[in-house]
Design a protein around this ligand. Sequence first.
Ligand code: KE4
Length: 424
Amino acid sequence: MNTQKSEALYERAQQFMPGGVNSPVRAFRSVGRAPLFIERAAGSRIYDADSNVFLDYVCSWGPGILGHAHPAVLEAVQRACEKGLTFGACHAGEIELAELIQEQMPSMEMLRMVSSGTEAAMSAVRAARGFTHRDRIIKFEGCYHGHSDGLLVRGGSGLLTHAIPDSAGVPAGCTENTLLAVYNDADSVRALFDAYRGEIAAVIVEPCAANMGVVPPAAGFLEALRQITKEHGALLIFDEVITGFRLSPGGAQQYYGITPDLTALGKIVGGGMPLAVYGGRREIMECVAPLGSVYQAGTLSGNPAAVAAGTATLRELGAHPEIYALLEQKSARLQEAAESAGLRVNRCGSLMTVFFTDAPVTDFAAAKAADTGAYARFFNYLLENGIYTAPSQFEAMFVSAAHSDADIDRTCEVLRQYTRCATT
Ligand code: KE4
């Protein structure tokens, strides 16, 4: 595969940006090749600088549930941009998007728009602390909630990919109130609440972990978190930046039937533009400025163009609820094909990860034991066969509504041809 133009661009990019990238996981370092520079994307496909075409199962890490450059989304953004890119003031579109979100996620009685999932998760934690007047929070090893100081502890995603479990530059004081539990182990959460009785403001969790690779919640795990937090007067925060509007129209909270106190949303809710949201019980959100004393702000929060993209995306999903059943069918076919090639697959709806390990992957320790070298070979095999999947063992594959049956057939064919012995 010719990647000369990408390689030349990469050389130049490295002069300006750390690792030549604006986000570490794009650097392809764990899959042993120079990153591709993407020129355009449409539907289920991305096109790189060397005119290679790939079926895209990264979907920009989740926003692309409708596929790239969906006409309805593009038209909405173009219309919004013609009226000006940003006002730094209120506009009616924010209300419309808030209504759409609340229709699908009634737990979000009041919400605030921000510009990234990091901001959404960070702000939800701050609101929880402000509401409960408690300082400690619990997160899970291997879960990733963006790069705010207090949450960069044993995180997943790029931290795991680049073996930086705890980031440099984060003073101990920023993480001393961050307690770590084991995903799918409710007893590890109970033990922390017993040890820090009355001190824990909230538990923040990816309701289906997707940043150590996909690790679905064990039966009863989320229910246990809901019960334990209630018992201890702590809040349950669902980080639905990935699962929101992906697992179901109402996200993981609808899919699993658990109502959190606060939710962080990102990716799909912005339709591919920089927009994220946090929100939840009204009494908690009324602690947020200007109503309350929890301060949070943002120049581009609720940006009109981003709001237009998110609104068009949620409207399209609302107009075509059949998308979710189709995503399930397509994803199940991919899983079946991979498993027929002897691969281990963790899947939750249209999120999945092929793990290179013989043991079941139900938590961070099991995920970390995966053979990242074997994953790299798998990634490159797919890429050479025109299929672009996550350039890291510790990320998810995403399926979109734009992946046609022919796309899925093609992908299944490549997966079935894959034999570990031939490529490890
Ligand atoms: P952003 O700040 O990247 O918009 O969102 C942070 C975030 C928060 N919560 C969850 C569950 C997330 O998955 C993320 C970000 N996801 C990664 C991919 N696993 C973004 C890709 C990247 O870092 O380049």
